[in-house]
Design a protein around this ligand. Structure first.
Ligand code: ADP
Ligand code: ZN
Ligand code: ZN
Length: 726
C-alpha cells in the first residue's frame, strides 16, 4: 500500500501573500529548503509546517528537496515574525534566509599528498632526488613533500604548476594520497589583554546571565576596546558550547575582524557576505546548521543563518545604515537580531561610538541597558571649524593648507575626507548652459577624468566624456564642484614631494589593493590619504595626525530629518581616525555655515550633546523614535501609475483609519527625493502612529485591500516599516 502523501505549507519565493500547499511522500521538517512548481516555473521555498488536509484539490508535488539541513525551529518562527512585522511576501522573506546555489553539491574535500613511507629514509630520498635531476619540478615537489604532507591549497601557496609533475610522481608510486592530519587542538588564545575595569564590567554583565534576553548598548569611541569586549564575551559563550554571530556593517571590514577572531578564539570561524562565492556561502550556511562553525563574522544577511546553538550576537557600528536593507524586503538586521535573541533568551550586544537615536531612546525607555567605555587608547583629538565663505572656487582654505604642511613637515600623516567619488559632480557647457545629466535618473553625471567617462552614481550608466559641447559644439565644457579624483590632483600639485593615496571604490577594487595600501601607511612615512566613507570605517593608522573634512555642508541642506544625525555620526567616525597613536589628533571641518547649531553643538559637546538635542527635537516634532513610521513605496517605468496607485491606496487607508477610529497620520503621496532613478519613477506615502502595535495591526488589516486595487498591477510596490530613507 502506498504511503499517503503529506501536505506541506510552503513559503514560495514569489510576490505571493500566502503560504502555498504542496504534497510529498517524504516526511519533511519545517525549515526544509525545497523547490516547487509555481505556474510555469520553478521557485525555491521553505517548508513552514505540515497540515492534515488542504482546502485545495490536486496539489502539486514538491519537486525537489535540497540537500541542506532544515533550519531550526526558532528560525522558522523568526521568518514568520518578519513577514508579519514587515508586511512582506513570506516566500521572499524566506528566500533571504537561504544560501545561494542551493543545488550545488558540497565541494569536494581537499586531497592531501605525502611521500610514501618507504622513501622517507634519507638514502632512499637522495636516490629519488638523483633520478629526478632532469625534472626539476618533480624534484622540487619531492623535496616539499618529503618533510610533511601538503594539501592542494598548501601546494598552491608554495608551488606553481605542480599538478602535472605530481601526477607523474604518483604514477611512479613515490607519492601517495594521505589522510589529512588531525586538526590541531584548539589553541589557548595567545596574549589576551588584561581587560580594563570598564571592559571587564561589560564582559561580565553581558555574560553573567547568558540564558536571559537582554539588549546591551555598548557605547565607546573608536579604539575604546569594544571589539575586545565582543571577543572576551564570545569566549565565555563558546565555553558553554554555544555559537556566536558577529555582524559588521560592510564587507571591507570582514577580513580584519575575521583575522582577529581567528587569532583570539581558536575555534572554527566562518564568514558570510556577498563578497564570497556562492558555493562558499552555501558551505558556511550548511556548516552553521550542522554546528560545525562556532563563530561567524558576516554582514546584514548573516542574521538569518541557521544557528542551532546561538548564544550571543554582537553588532558592530549598530547605527550604520547598511544594516537596513533598502530594497525588496526592507528589514533591519539590528531589529531582527534583537527579536531572535529575545526568542532564544540570549544577550545581544550593539556597539557604537555614535549610537542611533533609536537606540538611545531605547536606553531611555529601559529597553536596552547601556554599557560605557570611556577610556580611550591613544591621545586626545581637537576639533575646529574652518569658515570657507569667500573662498570662491578654491577647494582648500589657506588655514587647511598650512595645517597640512605643518603636519607633513613634522613627519606625520594627513587624511582628507570627501564623500564624493570622481573628478567633478557637474560637467557643463560654459557657453550654452548644457549639463551632462543622466537620462534615467534625476541627477547629474559625474566626470571620472582618468577613465574619461561620465558616470551616473545612482544607476551606473556610463558615457564617453564629450570633448565639445553636444548642444552648441563649442569647446567650452567646464567642471563644477569636486570629487576625490580632483582632490587627489590638487593635493599632488600642492605637495609634489609627498605621496598621495586615494581611497575610494574606484581605486580600491580589491581586498588586495586595500591591504597593500594599509601596509604602506603603517610604515609611518608621511603621506596624504584622500578618500570617501571608505576611509572612515575601522582602519587604524597610528601616524595619522590631521583629518580634514573638505565639505560638511551638503547634509545641512538636506530635507531628510535624519541627515543631521548621520552627519554627526560620520564626522565623529572620520575624526576618530586621527590621534589613534601617541600623537594628539586634530580635525578641521570646512564649512560655509560655521554658526550652524548642528556643527557648534558637535564642537562644544561632541556626539553626546548633539544626540541629546536631536532627540529633543524629534520628540517635539513627533518624529521617530518617538513615533512609528511606515512607507508605502511604489515605482514604475512611467510617471503616472505610482502616483495614481498611491492616491487609490490613500483613500483606502483614510477610510479604514476613520472606520477604526485610529489615530494615524498619513502624508502624501509625494515623489521620492530623487523622483526618477534607473528609469523608474518613484512615489511614496508615509504613515505614522504613536504605538508600534497600532501600525502593525492597521497595516495587517488594510494591506489585503490595497493588494486588490486595480492600479496595483501597474506598479511595483512594497511596504517599508521603520524606513531609514525618505
Ligand atoms: P574598538 O572596537 O572600540 O575600536 P578595539 O577593541 O579594536 O576598539 O581596541 C583598540 C585597540 O586597543 C586594539 O588594538 C586592541 O587590541 C587594544 N585593546 C583593547 N582593549 C585592550 C586592553 N584591555 N588592553 C590592551 N589593549 C587593548
Ligand atoms: Zn554648449
Ligand atoms: Zn542614472
Amino acid at each position: 500500500m502506498a504511503m499517503p502523501a503529506m501536505i506541506y505549507q510552503v513559503a514560495v519565493n514569489a510576490p505571493v501573500w500566502q503560504l502555498l500547499d504542496y504534497q510529498s511522500e517524504q516526511t519533511l521538517q519545517p525549515g526544509q529548503a525545497v523547490s516547487v512548481e509555481l505556474g510555469q516555473r520553478r521557485a525555491n521555498g521553505v517548508i513552514i509546517k505540515s497540515i492534515p488536509r488542504s482546502e485545495f484539490k490536486k496539489l502539486k508535488h514538491i519537486a525537489q528537496v535540497y540537500d541542506l539541513p532544515p533550519m531550526p525551529a526558532d528560525m522558522v518562527w523568526l521568518l514568520q515574525w518578519c513577514w508579519a512585522y514587515y508586511h512582506h511576501a513570506p516566500g521572499e522573506v524566506a528566500a533571504t534566509a537561504l544560501p545561494p546555489a542551493m543545488d550545488a553539491s558540497a565541494p569536494e574535500p581537499e586531497q592531501w599528498f605525502g611521500l610514501k613511507t618507504e622513501f622517507k629514509a634519507s638514502e632512499a630520498l637522495d636516490a629519488l632526488l638523483e633520478t629526478t635531476k632532469r625534472a626539476p619540478k618533480q624534484q622540487e615537489l619531492l623535496q616539499v613533500l618529503a618533510s610533511v604532507a601538503h594539501s592542494e591549497t598548501q601546494l598552491n601557496e608554495c608551488l606553481s604548476n605542480w599538478r602535472q609533475p605530481l601526477k607523474r610522481l604518483v604514477e611512479k608510486g613515490w607519492i601517495e594520497n594521505v589522510a589529512p592530519p588531525a586538526a590541531p587542538p584548539s589553541r589557548v588564545c595567545p596574549n589576551n589583554p588584561q581587560l580594563r575595569q570598564e571592559q571587564a564590567v561589560a564582559v561580565s554583565s553581558i555574560t553573567s546571565r547568558s540564558h536571559q534576553f537582554r539588549s546591551w548598548l555598548l557605547e565607546g569611541v573608536t579604539g575604546s576596546g569594544k571589539t575586545e569586549v565582543y571577543l572576551q564575551a564570545a569566549r565565555r559563550i563558546l565555553a558553554n558550547g554555544r555559537q556566536v554571530l558577529l555582524l559588521v556593517p560592510e564587507i571591507g571590514l570582514t577580513p580584519q575582524t575575521l583575522q582577529r577572531v581567528r587569532q583570539r578564539l581558536g575555534c572554527e570561524v566562518g564568514e558570510y557576505h556577498s563578497g564570497m562565492g556562492d558555493s562558499a556561502r552555501r558551505e558556511t550556511w550548511r556548516r552553521v546548521a550542522m554546528g560545525e562553525l562556532q563563530v561567524v563574522v558576516g554582514t546584514r544577511s548573516a542574521v538569518f543563518l541557521p544557528f542551532t546553538q546561538l548564544g550571543m550576537t554582537a553588532l558592530d557600528e549598530e547605527h550604520d545604515a547598511s544594516y537596513k536593507q533598502q530594497d525588496g524586503f526592507h528589514y533591519s538586521a539590528r531589529d531582527v537580531a534583537i527579536m531572535r535573541a529575545h526568542r532564544l533568551n540570549i544577550p545581544v550586544v550593539l556597539g557604537s561610538a555614535t549610537p542611533a537615536l533609536e537606540s538611545l531612546a531605547n536606553v531611555q525607555r529601559k529597553r536596552y541597558s547601556r554599557l560605557e567605555l570611556k577610556e580611550r587608547h591613544g591621545s586626545e583629538t581637537k576639533w575646529e571649524l574652518v569658515d570657507v565663505r569667500g573662498l570662491g572656487g578654491a577647494i582648500f582654505s589657506p588655514l587647511a593648507i598650512q595645517a597640512m604642511k605643518d603636519r607633513l613637515k613634522a613627519g606625520e600623516q594627513v587624511m582628507v575626507f570627501l564623500n564624493r567619488r570622481g573628478y567633478a559632480p557637474v560637467h557643463m557647457c560654459g557657453d550654452c548652459g548644457w549639463a551632462a545629466n543622466c537620462l534615467r535618473c534625476d541627477s547629474h553625471l559625474t566626470l571620472h577624468m582618468a577613465k574619461q567617462r561620465l558616470i551616473c552614481h545612482h544607476c551606473g550608466t556610463e558615457h564617453k566624456q564629450p570633448l565639445v559641447c553636444p548642444s552648441c559644439q563649442h569647446e567650452s565644457l567646464i567642471q563644477v564642484g569636486h570629487g576625490t579624483e580632483r582632490l587627489e590632483e590638487e593635493l599632488t600639485q600642492l605637495f609634489p614631494d609627498t605621496p598621495v593615496h586615494r581611497v575610494d571604490r574606484d581605486r580600491m577594487r580589491s581586498r588586495q589593493a586595500m591591504s597593500e595600501l594599509r601596509d604602506k601607511i603603517l610604515t609611518g612615512d608621511p603621506c596624504i590619504l584622500v578618500g570617501t566613507q571608505m576611509l572612515a570605517k575601522g582602519h587604524d593608522f597610528p601616524q595619522l595626525a590631521l583629518v580634514l573634512v573638505v565639505d560638511a555642508d551638503q547634509a545641512l541642506y538636506s530635507s531628510d530629518f535624519r541627515a543631521p544625525e548621520r552627519l554627526g555620526q560620520l564626522l565623529v567616525q572620520v575624526a576618530g581616525r586621527a590621534g589613534r597613536g601617541e600623537k594628539p589628533g586634530k580635525v578641521l571641518i570646512q564649512t560655509r555655515q560655521p554658526e550652524h547649531p548642528i556643527l557648534t553643538t558637535l564642537m562644544s559637546g561632541g556626539y553626546p550633546a548633539l544626540s541629546k538635542s536631536l532627540l529633543e527635537e524629534r520628540r517635539s516634532a513627533e518624529l521617530p523614535p518617538y513615533t512609528v513610521q511606515a512607507m508605502v513605496r511604489a515605482d514604475a517605468l512611467k510617471s503616472d501609475p505610482p502616483r495614481q496607485f498611491l492616491e487609490q491606496a490613500l483613500s483606502v487607508l483614510r477610510e479604514r483609519a476613520k472606520a477604526k477610529d485610529l489615530e494615524i497620520e498619513i502624508h502624501g503621496p509625494f515623489p521620492a527625493v530623487m523622483e526618477r532613478r534607473a528609469g523608474r519613477w518613484r512615489w511614496q506615502l508615509c504613515l505614522q502612529t504613536l504605538q508600534r502595535a497600532d501600525m502593525k495591526a492597521f497595516l495587517s488589516n488594510v494591506l489585503p485591500d490595497i493588494r486588490e486595487l486595480p492600479q496595483s498591477k501597474n506598479v511595483r510596490w512594497r511596504v517599508d516599516v521603520d524606513p531609514y530613507e525618505l
